[in-house]
Design a protein around this ligand. Structure first.
Ligand SMILES: [Zn+2]
Length: 94
């Protein structure tokens, strides 16, 4: 029987799942919706599964694992882009 498995195949499969599920979603939102979504993701009192449910209700299907990973800072893409950092208004907080 011919050899079918190659270590290169495993290596290739290992790195293809690199794209971020969350950033295209956030980028597609309007500025106000994005602000709210980022605030929810940054709020530890809101469960990841709750965020998943609310987003699903408005038509965005994301797994709660995606949100959990982002909360851990596991997504290098979002960490590098600063997409999930709340916009801090300087000196304007009441
Ligand atoms: Zn991301």
């Amino acid at each position: 029987m011919a050899k079918r498995l190659s270590l290169d195949d495993f290596r290739a499969a290992n790195t293809t799942r690199r794209f971020c599920m969350l950033s295209p979603f956030l980028r597609g939102l309007g500025a106000e919706d994005r602000r709210v979504a980022v605030a929810a993701i940054n709020d530890p009192a809101i469960q990841a599964v709750a965020i998943m449910r609310v987003l699903r209700r408005v038509g965005y299907v994301l797994s709660d694992q995606v949100i959990t990973n982002h909360r851990r800072g596991a997504c290098k893409e979002c960490a590098a882009s600063g997409l999930l950092k709340p916009k801090v208004k300087e000196g304007r907080d009441r």
